[in-house]
Design a protein. Sequence first.
Length: 258
Amino acid sequence: MLLLGAWGLAIFFPGILARHDPIALDLYNALLPPSWDHPLGTDQAGRDLWARCIWGIRYSLGISIAIVIGAAIIGTIVGGFAGMMRGPVDFLLMRTTDVFLAFPYLILAIAIASAVGTGLMTVVVALTLVWWPGYARMVRGQVLALKELAFIEGARAAGTSTPMILLRHLLPHLIPQLSARVSMDVGYAVLALTGMSFLGLGAQPPTPELGAIIADARSHLLAAWWYTTLPGVFVLAAVLSAMTVSDWLETRNKSQFS
C-alpha cells in the first residue's frame, strides 16, 4: 500500500514532489552532479533531473496503467463472448486473437508505431492493440470453466442475456485473476513504453518521459553517470513495485480460495 501511495502521489500530484520545472532550460547549470539543490543532478540542458524523473514516472507508469487496463477491458470482452457464444463467433474471435499472438508483442507494437507515426498516443494505441490477446485467451478459458456451473445455467433459464451474464455473474469471478495479471503486466508495459521512447517512437522532446530521458543521456554516459543511471533506477523501481503488488494480490487470492 505504501508503494501504491507513493506512485499515486507521483502520478497525480508530481508538483508536490518536484519543486523545479521539468522543462525549464538553464544552460549555465548543465550536467551538474547531484547536490542539495539538484538531488539527482541536471541534464545537458540544465534541467533538474529529479523533477524530470518524477514527471517521467507520471508519464511512464500512468500511461502503462492505462495501456494495461484498456487491454484488459478489450480482452475480457472478446474472451468472454468467445467463451459464451462458442461456434462461429468463438472461432472468428480466437483466430483473430491467434493472429496477434503469432508475433512478438514488442516487435508488432514497434511496427505499428513506425507505420502510424511517433508520439505517446501512437505508442498507447500500438501497445494496447498487441496486449489484449493474452487477456482474451485467459478470460475465455475461465469462462469455459465457469459457464457449466449451476448458477450460470440458472441465469440462462431466467432469460438473462449473454452480456448481463458476463457482467453480473462471471466478471466477479474473473476479477481476482485479472487484478493480479494487470498489476504484473504494468511492469512489462513500463519496460515496453520506455523502450519504445528510447528508440524515438514514443515521447518526443521536451516531454520528460523516462525512456526519452535515458535516450538523451546516452552520449553523456561516461561524463555524467547520474544522467543515465538514476532515471534507470526509477524504471527499475516502477517494475519491481508492480511485481511486488502482483505477488501480494496473487497470494491474497490463493488464501481466499484455499
